[in-house]
Design a protein around this ligand. Structure first.
Ligand code: SF4
Ligand code: SF4
Ligand code: SF4
Ligand code: FES
Length: 918
C-alpha cells in the first residue's frame, strides 16, 4: 500500500493502482468516457485528464506512485476534460428525450451533466454512412458513434472474435465489421459484448428501439423533426434546460421498466445478468456484475429469450383421452396423476414408478422431485440427464480426487500456463468460458493444446492440435503419464506428499508405451512427446473436457486417465491447475448435487449409508429405500421388461436426445401412465398421458449451480404465463395429493431444508446469495465457500488423492463394411441442445434455420456430395435426412452433425453410419 493525495486529501492506494480506479473508489467524480473497468484503458477520449506534478495525464492510463499529488479539478484539468468532451459532441447529437438509451446510465448524458457543458463548441459533423440494421439483434448508427473504441476492445480482446476495428485513417472514421462488410454478412457471432459496453446509443439492441422511452416510438421523420427542434433551441436555452426535460422523462421510465437479476438458462457456464422488461416485453439483457461473466454473454444468453413469450407455450394441463389430448383443469389433472401413481404403487410396488428430473430447472425443484420419489413414493428410481454426459466425468473424479466437480473456477483456467481441451467444442458449447481461454492465449501467452476429431475454432487457435482415432483418448493420455514417470518429468514431490497408489498405477501403465499409443491413436510419437514436455514445462495445467470424452463407451475410464495425468504432473491444489469436466446444461451440476440420482441423496450422500438415511428419515418422518434405483438407461430397459409401469418427467426431452431415440420412444409408449411437465408440447409429450404446463426460469425463483460449482439465485421476472406454474409448486401439489404435507411457500424454504440435511451446502442461504452474490460448494456452515476445490487436502479420509489403475479395453463399434463412417454429434453456438427454446427465437432461427451434416472434402468427392446435397444417414438404430456441408473441419470418414434439429427427430446418435445422397 502507498499514500497519495487527491485534491489535497490523503488516501491509501495500492502501488501501481490506476489513478482512475482510486478516484472511482473514493467516490470523486471525474469524467471517463472510454474507460470501462472490465476493458482497461483504451485512451481514446481524454475526458479523464487530471493534473499531477504540474502535468496533465490520463487518469485511466497512469499508475499511482508513493506520495503522488493528483488534482482532478484544477483549472488545467477541467479545461482539458471539457475540451475532450466537446470533441466527442462533434460526433454525437444529444436528443436524449427521444432516445432509447436515456435510462439514467448513458455515459454521454451523464458526462454532459457532470461537466456542465452548455453549448455545442465544435459543430456536429454528419458522416456519410447509413445505419446498419443487417444483424437480427442489434443495429449500428455511425452518426451517433463517438469512436471511443470500447466495442472494438471488447470484440478483439474480451470476446476475441476479432471482427471489429475503426478505420482511423479515413476522413470519416467509423466502426467496421471485418474491415467493411455489413454486420449481417460479417463474422460477428452476436455475442453482444460490443453493445453491452457502448457508452451511448450507437450500438443498440433492436428490442430496445422504439420501446424504452415514452417518445421513442416516433416515425423516423417525426424523430428527425424533434431532433431538429432540440438543435434549434440549444443555442438559446443551452443544454441544461434540454437535459432537465430528458431527465424527467428518464425518471418516468423507471416506473415502468424493471431490471431483474437472472441466471442464464442455457449452458453450464452460469452467466448472470439483469434483464430489462416492460410488461412482458424483454427490452434487453444487461451483463455487468455476474461473478463468472462480467460484461460477457453469448448469443443465447443475450438474445435467446423469445421462447418465454412464445405463442405455443403450454398454458393448460392436458389429459389424453381417446388418443387425443384435451385441456383440463389443474385439479382434474393433478387428481388423476395422484390417483394413478397411488394405484400403480399399490398394485406393482414403489419401484414400478420412476422419476426424471430436469437439468434446466432449479436446485430446489430437483430436490423436491427426488423427495417425492423417495419419501412419498418410496423408490430410488430417480435420475437426470447427467447420466449421458456428467456422470462418467464425475466417476473419474470420485475415483481419483474425491469430489465430482470442477477443481477450480473459470478464473483458475485463465491463470493456467497450459490449457488442454479434449473432446469439447468449447467456443460453441461453452462460449463465455472459451472467451477466457482465447483471451489468455492471445494476450498472456497461455499455451493451448486441443484434442478433437474436428478442427473447430479452439483447434484452429491451438498451439498443438491432435486428431486421435475415435475412442482412443484413454491410450494417449495414459502414454503421456507413463512417459512423464519414465523420464523423471513427473512431479515427484507432489506424488510423495499427496498421492496414493503410485506403484500399482505404474504397473498398470506397462502397455501404454508411446509407440503403442501412436499406433492405436494415429498420432506421431514426437507429437505425443511434445504434449508431455509442454505439460511438464507449463506453470499450471488445466484440462477441460466434455462429451467428446464422456459420451464414449469408456467415458469414465478416459475421465479417470485425465485426472491421473493431472496427478502425475502435480496439477492440482493451486490456481491454474485441475480438472474441468464442462457441464452442458445450466443446472446439470445442480440436479445431481441435489439428489436427482439413483444412488445419492443431496450432496452425494449415499442411499445405502444407514447414517445418511436415518438423518433424512428423521427429517422427513418416513422410511427410505436403501438400494440404488434405476438410472435413465435402466428405466427404459425396465419398461421393456414390464417392471416399470409409470414415469414422471419434467423439463427433459428424453425421447429426442437420449441415445437410440427410437428405442427410447417405443419404450415410453409402453408405459401404463406417463406424466410430462414442460413449457412446450415437446416431442416427449407425444408419449404422455398427462401433460402439465410449467414455467421457465424467468417466471420463478430458485437457484442454479454452474459448471464451476457456483450456486446463484434467479429472481422472478414475469408472472407465469396462462395457467402454467413453477415446477416446484406442481411437484408439491402432487406430493400433497399423495399424502405428504409439504408447506413450502417459497424456494428459500426448500433450500433451508436442503442446507440442514447436506454438509456440502451447509452454509448456503438465500441471504448469502442475494443479488449477484454466489457461493461455490462445498460451503461451510459459516458461509465459507471453496472456489478452488483442493487447497488443504483431497476429499478422501486421509486427505490424499488416488491414482487409479486402468485397463485397456477395445473401443466398441469399429467401422465395418456396412457402416463405414463415424458420426459425431455436438452443439452449435446458436442453438441449445435439441433447440426447443432457441428455435423459438426469431433472430436465431433466421441466422441458423436448421441442422446439417459436415462431410470432409475427400469423402464428399468419393461419394459425389456437395454442400447443400440432401443425404440420408443410416445407423443400426435409425435414419435421418439432412443437408450436407462440405468442410475441412472434419477429416476422412468422420462426420459431424449438430444435435439440434426441430424437423429431423430420430437422429442416429454418435456412432457408425452409412451415407447416401438422396
Ligand atoms: S456482437 Fe460480439 S462478435 Fe459481433 S461485433 Fe459485437 S463483440 Fe464482436
Ligand atoms: S459504437 Fe459505441 S462503443 Fe463502439 S466506438 Fe462507437 S460509441 Fe464507442
Ligand atoms: S449460454 Fe452459456 S455462455 Fe452463453 S450466456 Fe448462457 S451461460 Fe453464458
Ligand atoms: S477515460 Fe481515459 S482516455 Fe478515455
Amino acid at each position: 500500500m502507498i499514500r497519495v493525495t487527491i485534491n489535497g486529501v490523503a488516501h491509501e492506494a495500492m502501488s501501481r493502482e490506476r489513478l482512475i480506479d482510486i478516484i472511482n473508489r473514493i467516490g470523486t467524480k471525474v469524467s471517463q468516457v472510454c474507460y470501462h473497468p472490465q476493458l482497461g484503458p483504451i485512451q481514446t477520449c481524454d475526458t479523464c485528464m487530471v493534473e499531477t506534478n504540474g502535468k496533465l495525464v490520463r487518469a485511466c492510463a497512469t499508475n499511482a506512485s508513493a506520495g503522488m499529488e493528483i488534482f482532478t479539478k484544477s483549472e488545467k484539468a477541467v479545461a482539458a476534460q471539457r475540451d475532450a468532451f466537446n470533441r466527442i459532441l462533434s460526433n454525437h447529437v444529444l436528443y436524449c428525450t427521444v432516445c432509447d438509451n436515456n435510462n439514467g446510465n448513458c455515459t454521454i448524458h451523464n458526462t454532459e451533466k457532470l461537466l456542465g457543458i452548455e453549448h455545442q463548441a465544435i459543430p456536429y459533423h454528419a458522416k456519410p454512412y447509413e445505419e446498419d440494421h443487417t444483424n437480427p439483434f442489434y443495429r449500428y448508427d455511425p452518426q451517433q458513434c463517438i469512436l471511443c473504441g470500447r466495442c472494438v476492445e471488447a470484440c478483439q480482446n474480451v470476446q476475441v472474435n476479432e471482427t471489429l476495428s475503426i478505420n482511423w485513417e479515413d476522413p470519416h472514421p467509423r466502426v467496421q465489421w471485418d474491415g467493411g462488410s455489413t454486420i449481417g454478412e460479417s463474422s460477428c457471432v452476436s455475442c453482444g459484448h460490443c453493445i453491452s459496453v457502448c457508452p451511448c446509443n450507437a450500438l443498440m439492441e433492436k428490442s430496445m428501439l422504439g420501446h424504452a422511452g415514452f417518445f421513442t416510438a416516433l416515425s423516423k421523420p417525426a424523430l428527425s423533426g424533434m431532433i431538429d427542434v432540440v438543435k434549434g433551441v440549444e443555442p438559446d436555452t443551452g443544454y441544461g434546460a434540454i437535459l432537465q426535460l430528458s431527465e424527467a422523462e428518464s425518471r418516468m421510465r423507471e416506473e415502468r421498466v424493471r431490471r431483474t437479476k437472472t441466471v442464464c438458462t442455457y449452458c453450464g457456464v452460469g452467466c448472470s445478468f439483469n434483464i430489462w422488461t416492460k410488461d412482458r416485453h424483454i427490452l434487453k439483457v444487461e451483463p455487468f456484475e455476474g461473478p463468472t461473466n462480467g460484461i460477457s454473454t453469448c448469443i443465447k444468453g443475450k438474445f435467446g429469450w423469445d421462447y418465454v413469450n412464445s405463442a405455443d407455450r403450454l398454458t393448460k394441463p392436458l389429459i389424453r383421452e381417446g388418443g387425443k389430448f384435451r385441456e383440463a383443469t389443474w385439479d382434474e389433472a393433478l387428481d388423476l396423476v395422484a390417483r394413478k401413481f397411488a394405484e400403480i404403487k399399490a398394485k406393482s410396488g414403489p419401484d414400478s414408478l420412476a422419476f426424471v428430473s430436469s437439468s434446466k430447472c432449479t436446485n430446489e425443484e430437483s430436490y423436491l422431485m427426488q423427495k417425492l420419489a423417495r419419501a412419498v413414493i418410496g423408490t430410488n428410481n430417480m435420475d437426470n440427464c447427467s447420466r449421458y454426459c456428467q456422470a462418467p466425468a464425475t466417476q473419474g473424479l470420485f475415483r481419483t480426487v474425491g469430489y465430482g466437480g470442477d477443481s477450480g473456477s473459470i478464473r483458475d483456467i485463465e491463470n493456467a500456463g497450459l490449457v488442454l481441451i479434449i473432446g469439447s467444442n468449447t467456443a460453441e458449447a461453452h462460449p463465455v468460458l472459451a472467451t477466457r481461454v482465447k483471451r489468455a492465449h492471445k494476450l498472456r501467452g497461455q499455451k493451448l493444446i486441443v484434442s478433437d476429431l474436428r478442427e473447430h475454432e479452439m483447434a484452429k487457435r491451438a498451439d498443438l492440435f491432435l486428431r486421435p482415432t475415435p475412442g482412443t483418448d484413454i491410450v494417449w493420455l495414459s502414454a503421456v503419464s507413463k512417459y512423464l514417470l519414465d523420464n523423471r518429468m513427473a512431479d515427484t514431490a507432489f506424488l510423495q506428499g499427496w498421492v496414493n497408489g503410485l506403484d500399482e498405477y505404474k504397473k498398470s501403465l506397462a502397455p501404454f508405451t508411446m509407440e503403442f499409443a501412436s499406433r492405436v491413436c494415429g498420432i506421431p510419437v514426437d507429437i505425443l512427446e511434445k504434449v508431455a514436455h509442454m505439460i511438464a514445462e507449463a506453470s499450471g495445467v488445466c484440462i477441460l473436457w466434455a462429451m467428446g470424452i464422456t459420451q464414449h463407451s469408456m467415458g469414465s475410464d478416459s475421465s479417470t486417465a485425465i485426472s491421473n495425468l493431472l496427478l502425475v504432473s502435480g496439477n492440482y491444489m493451486k490456481t491454474g491447475t485441475g480438472a474441468y469436466p464442462l457441464r452442458g446444461h445450466n443446472n446439470v451440476q445442480g440436479a445431481s448435487d441435489h439428489g436427482a440420482m439413483p444412488n445419492f441423496l443431496t450432496g452425494y450422500q449415499s442411499v445405502d449409508d444407514p447414517e445418511v438415511r436415518s438423518r433424512f428419515e428423521a427429517a422427513w418422518s418416513v422410511q427410505l429405500p436403501s438400494t440404488k434405483g434405476l438410472d435413465n438407461h435402466e428405466m427404459i430397459e425396465a419398461i421393456y421388461e414390464g417392471k416399470l409401469k409409470a414415469m414422471y418427467l419434467f423439463g427433459e426431452e428424453m425421447s429426442l436426445v437420449d441415445s437410440n431415440a427410437n428405442f427410447v420412444g417405443e419404450g415410453l409408449s409402453k408405459l401404463d401412465f406417463f406424466v410430462v411437465q414442460d413449457i412446450f408440447f415437446s416431442a416427449t409429450c407425444h408419449f404422455a398421458d398427462v401433460v402439465l404446463p410449467a414455467s421457465p426460469s424467468l417466471e420463478k425463483e430458485g437457484t442454479f449451480t454452474s459448471t464451476e460449482r457456483r450456486v446463484q439465485r434467479l429472481y422472478q421476472v414475469f408472472e407465469p404465463l396462462g395457467d402454467s406454474q413453477p415446477d416446484w409448486r406442481i411437484i408439491q401439489e402432487i406430493a400433497n395429493r399423495l399424502g405428504a404435507k409439504w408447506k413450502y411457500q417459497h424456494p428459500s424454504e426448500i433450500y433451508r431444508e436442503i442446507a440442514s440435511l447436506t454438509p456440502l451446502f451447509a452454509g448456503v442461504t438465500y441471504e448469502r446469495l442475494e443479488g449477484f452474490k454466489s457461493l461455490q460448494w462445498p460451503v461451510a456452515a459459516d458461509g465459507t465457500d471453496q472456489p478452488l476445490l483442493y487447497t488443504k487436502e483431497f476429499a478422501f479420509p486421509d486427505g490424499k488423492a488416488r491414482l487409479f489403475p486402468l485397463e485397456l479395453t477395445d473401443p466398441t463399434d469399429q467401422p465395418n463394411a456396412e457402416f463405414d463412417l463415424h458420426l459425431n454429434n455436438g452443439r452449435l453456438l446458436e442453438h441449445f441442445h435439441e433447440g426447443n427454446m432457441t428455435y423459438r427465437s426469431e433472430g436465431i432461427r433466421k441466422k441458423t434455420p436448421d441442422t446439417f451434416v459436415e462431410v470432409s472434402p475427400e469423402l464428399a468427392e468419393e461419394r459425389g456430395i456437395q454442400s447443400g446435397t440432401w443425404v440420408v444417414l443410416t445407423s443400426r438404430y435409425g435414419q435421418v435426412r439432412v443437408r450436407a456441408l462440405v468442410t475441412d473441419r472434419v477429416q476422412g470418414k468422420q462426420l459431424y452433425m449438430p444435435m439440434n434439429s426441430a424437423e429431423s427427430p430420430g437422429i442416429p446418435g454418435n456412432g457408425l453410419v452409412q451415407i447416401q445422397a438422396k
